[in-house]
Structure formats: C-alpha cells, structure tokens
Design a protein around this ligand. Structure first.
Ligand code: ADP
Ligand code: MG
Length: 552
C-alpha cells in the first residue's frame, strides 16, 4: 500500500543508497497504483523510472477518440498534462539528480511514446524521478515528503484534466489523419492550410515566430477538405509530379520545405503547423559528406568510373557530396518513399544538374544528374519537391512552379514554361545508360550486433547521434524531432539484430521490427518515441557495421 511506501521511505533515512532497491514493486494508492520499474543505483545515475497506472473506471470520460490516431493523441495529451503538473514538484534536493522529475515530451509533435499507454487494463504513464540522497546516504524523510506530494499530484492530475483541451488535441490529430489519408486520392503530396504559421522563432526553437506572415494559398492551387471535426478546411494543395519552390533568397523557400518535412506528423493546437499535412511517405534527402554507404547499386547516378570500378554494389566509408546524395535517393526508393523533398542549398550541384556547357566540355561524365531522372522517378510513382533558386534547368520538366515572394506563394507554372521556351537551355536530355529500378538489399546477421565493439551500449545523444555499441552513428541528415526518436532507433536496432538473416530485405526487416511490439512494450524507459520506417531504415543505412547482400 502507498502508506507503507511512505513509511518505508522514512525508515531508510541515512541508509546507503542501494537500500532504495527495496522499493521495487507495486504500491497501491487510492485511485492509482505506482510501480517502481527501475531503481537507480546512485544519485548521479539516470533517475529512477516510475509507472503510474489508473484503472479503467477512472477513464470513462476519456473515450473521446473515434480513430486509432485518436488514442495516440489522448496518450500524448495525458503525458503533456502530467509533465505540466509535475513541473511544480521537481526541485533539486541533494546530490546528483535528487528530487528531479522528468516527463519525456520534447516536441510539439503528436507521437506515440513509451511514456504513455492507454489500453483495456487502464492508463499507464511513465516518468523519471531522482530518489533523494545527500552524498550516498538516503534522504528518507525528504523522500517521504516528496512521495506524499506526488500522490496528491497523481490524484489531482486526472481530476483537474483540461477536458476541453483534450478534445481539441484529439480532434486536431483526427482531422490531420483524415486529410493525410486522402492526399493520394486527391492527387496531392501535401496540403498547407490557410493562415498556417510556418517559420519558427529561431533555428533551435520549436515555437512559432511571432508576427510572422500567415500562409496564404495561391488561388490556382487552393483546395479544401471536409474534415470530420473542423469542417471545411482550405489551403494549398501541392500536386504529384515535380514541384519547384523558387524565389529570391530570404523569401521563405526553405521555411516552406521545412514545414513540409515536419508535416508528416501531426502538431499540437497552437503550433502554427496544425494544418500542414504531408504524405506520410515523404522524406527529405540531402548531401552528407563523409557518410558510410553499403552495397548500393549507384549506377543510375554514378557509373563508368575512370579506373573501371564497378558501382553496381558500391560501398564507401567516406562518401562525397554527390555520392551521398545519390545513395540517399536510391535508399529512399528502396524503402518505399513516395515523395522526395530536396533543397538546392543542401544538394551537391553536380548531382542536380549538368548544363549545356559542361555537357559540351566534359565527355567522360560519370554522373547522371537528378534532372535526367525526374521522369524515371515519376514513372515509379515518386514525386519530387525541389527548392531551387539558382538552377533554371528544371523549369522544362516542372509540373508545378511555386514562387515565394515576401513569404507569399504564387503559382507561376505558365510563366515558367513560357520562359523555358523563350530561353532554351540547349541542354541534351540524354537517355541514361542504366535504368532506375528498385534494388533491395538484405542486411547480413551481425549488422545490428551492438557487441561488435565489445561493449553493448545503446545511447542517444541529442538529435544527431546514436551510440550503438562502440559506433557513433551520425543521424544528422535524417529528420528526427525528438531525442526520444534517436533512443527508439537504438531499441529497434536491437530487435533487428535478431531478424537480420541475410535474406530478409532491409525494408521488410524494418517493417517487421516496427510491427513487432509497441514502444511501451519495447523498452521500459520512458524516453522512446515513434519513428517512421523511413528514418529507422535511414539510420540502418548509416550504420558503419551494416553489411548487406543484394537481392536478385
Ligand atoms: P529562403 O530559403 O528563400 O532563402 P528562408 O525560408 O530561409 O528563405 O527564410 C528566410 C527568413 O525569413 C528566415 O529567417 C525565416 O524565419 C523568415 N521567414 C520565413 N517565413 C516567414 C513568414 N511567413 N513570416 C515572417 N518571416 C518568415
Ligand atoms: Mg533557403
């Protein structure tokens, strides 16, 4: 019983820290049960993991969701509310992390998280709490006080829940899912709602920029959806095919592209990007100097190297800007991307285009630029959205051209076509020698063994790095929005270790790992959040320990 827990805590006063291990187990309070999932070994270690469970009866009012996405939104909202509630409780009490309370919600994305789980048995929420100590001596009386206050917060938390806020949160996520599902049948790759606020306060902030110019759809691209909760929602629909986003520097091109990158996930009300909805299989690709590439058939882009090296099964530990972009495009294709998002700023120019003059001068070309592959991607059902400010050669091929002027988009497709006719590039659109096709690779057993370098450590570091065994995997080119997604990738790699057999293709392997169990069951740490197939597969492709063989 919870009363016994408080007594036990008080009785531990002055004892050595490991006596906290006696707390393991479940303590029943009025209205909830508290379980000690993991008890830290000392006050400087990561704080202990606690799980609170509310019975189903306490949750009757919470059955507001109509769609599965609604459940995730309820979980997301409850965890955010718990975080807000427990903020008041967290304060330094002694050594190390003593007295700290952490609820892991790091971004305004509505995501599945290991910290919250709503199921038939009830509601489960996990968080961390630093059990208090002075030096390595237990501060038992402080701990008892802390847990008494915690009890009140955990009881009050459900009673005081902002039900209006919950409803708005869930409805937003359900409307988002509704639109996202309908994009393909409307022939669209993305939707940007009228009045959206796309720019962020700063490069390191998730908050909307104050005083930003609200998004205004060009009339010719305006479409609407009849969302189940919000009713008719208007905005810009970006059609399938090749879309160019162009305009002068600082007019908001990259900001629009970034918003599309984020729009694969729903956002919380008030974020400004609630109505930015992108195809769930859209992915940004970019050049990435120095990355590792394993067994990719690069021939659609890189071929006939001067010393006759073959690029049909190409590996390198140190890819160049163009090679890394070629690999990223082909890996994305392999993983089932439907929309590729690229920014000229972060793409090697020689892989984007080779103009008429360079075509005339350089005869023994080893690169086929993306420009010559646009049609092939489209034939495979893959659309492209390209931010270009300097490369005009794409105008000939574009299906839609959006010009950004002072943060306002204008559709200029007809103008662009007229200009393309009036100023021919003189460029030869060659017939590439190697066809663009989907090649699958199967990871060999051992690829995901974290013990390869002796130590079995898995640790996420910020948004950019995953420490997996001895290897630091650089994830900075992938669009990850929470540290908890990096942690989740590490946890999924461990599952993939048991599945990789040298036959199962990477895509199927990743799908299977993701389907195996939900995040809540995957690991008891509260810091895992939802990742997509494209990012998990993308992370695998950047693992230097990866070894693959190609399928037929
Ligand atoms: P580009 O890629 O065209 O050079 P950016 O997208 O990088 O331009 O935008 C340039 C600057 O303008 C950024 O600092 C961005 O925060 C700001 N910005 C973007 N969109 C808006 C907007 N709608 N209202 C106000 N400022 C914006
Ligand atoms: Mg830019």
């Amino acid at each position: 019983r919870y009363e016994d827990l408080l007594r036990l805590l008080a009785s531990l006063e002055g004892r050595p820290y490991p006596f906290y291990k006696d707390l393991k187990g479940v303590w029943q309070a009025e209205g909830f049960a508290l379980r000690f999932v993991h008890v830290q070994g000392d006050p400087f270690a990561a704080p202990s993991v606690l799980e609170v469970r509310y019975p189903r009866e306490a949750l009757k009012r919470l059955r507001v969701y109509a769609r599965p996405e609604g459940r995730v939104a309820v979980e997301d909202f409850l965890l955010r509310s718990l975080k807000a509630r427990l903020r008041a409780l967290s304060r330094p009490l002694g050594s190390g992390h003593s007295g700290e309370v952490h609820v892991a919600v790091e971004s305004p994305k509505v995501l599945g998280r290991s910290g919250a789980h709503l199921k038939e048995a009830g509601l489960f929420l996990r968080f961390r709490l630093g059990l208090p100590a002075q030096g390595r001596r237990i501060l038992g009386k402080e701990a008892a006080r802390l847990f008494r206050a915690l009890e009140e917060h955990l009881l009050g938390f459900l009673q005081d829940l902002d039900e209006g806020g919950l409803l708005r949160h869930v409805r937003q996520a359900e409307d988002f899912a509704f639109i996202q599902e309908r994009l393909p049948e409307q022939g669209l790759v993305a939707f940007v709602g009228e009045g959206s606020v796309l720019p962020r306060e700063s490069g390191v902030s998730q908050r909307p920029l104050q005083g930003a110019v609200p998004f205004q759809s060009p009339p010719s691209l305006r479409v609407s959806f009849r969302a189940p909760h919000a009713g008719e929602v208007w905005g810009m629909g970006l059609p399938r095919g090749l879309t160019l986003i162009t305009g002068g520097g600082f007019h908001g091109k990259t900001t629009l592209l970034e918003a599309l990158v984020h729009g694969v996930f729903p956002h919380v009300p008030g974020d400004g990007r609630e109505w930015v909805v992108t195809d769930p299989l859209a992915q940004r690709v970019q050049s990435e100097d120095g990355r590792s590439v394993k067994g990719v058939d690069l021939r659609p882009f890189v071929h006939d190297l001067p010393l006759g090296q073959d690029t049909a099964f190409f590996s390198t530990e140190d890819a160049s800007g163009s090679t890394s972009l070629a690999a990223a495009l082909l890996e994305a294709l392999e993983l089932g991307t439907r929309v590729l998002l690229l920014d000229e700023d972060t793409s090697a120019t020689n892989l984007l285009v080779r103009d008429a003059r360079m075509q005339a001068l350089v005869r023994r070309e080893t690169l086929t630029p993306l420009l010559d592959r646009v049609g092939d991607f489209k034939a495979l059902g893959v659309s492209l959205v390209l931010v270009v400010g300097g490369v005009g050669d794409y105008l000939d091929l574009a299906d839609t051209v959006v010009l950004m002027e002072a943060y306002r988009p204008r559709e200029v497709t007809a103008e662009a076509k007229a200009i393309a006719r009036a100023h021919p590039t003189g460029r030869a659109f060659g017939e590439p020698r190697y066809p663009l096709r989907v090649v699958s690779r199967a990871p060999l057993p051992g690829s995901f063994d974290p013990r390869r370098g002796r130590k079995a450590r898995v640790k996420g570091r910020g948004l950019r790095e995953l420490l997996y065994g001895e290897e630091v995997v650089d994830l900075s080119a992938l669009d990850l929005f929470e540290h908890a997604q990096v942690r989740a990738i590490g946890a999924f790699f461990r599952r993939m270790q048991g599945l990789a057999d040298g036959k199962l293709p990477l895509k199927a392997l990743v799908e299977r790992a993701l389907a195996l169990e939900d995040l809540f069951a995957l690991e008891e740490a509260p810091e895992l959040s939802q990742v997509r197939l494209l990012e998990l597969g993308g992370a695998a492709n950047r693992l230097r320990a990866l070894e693959v063989c190609q399928e037929g």
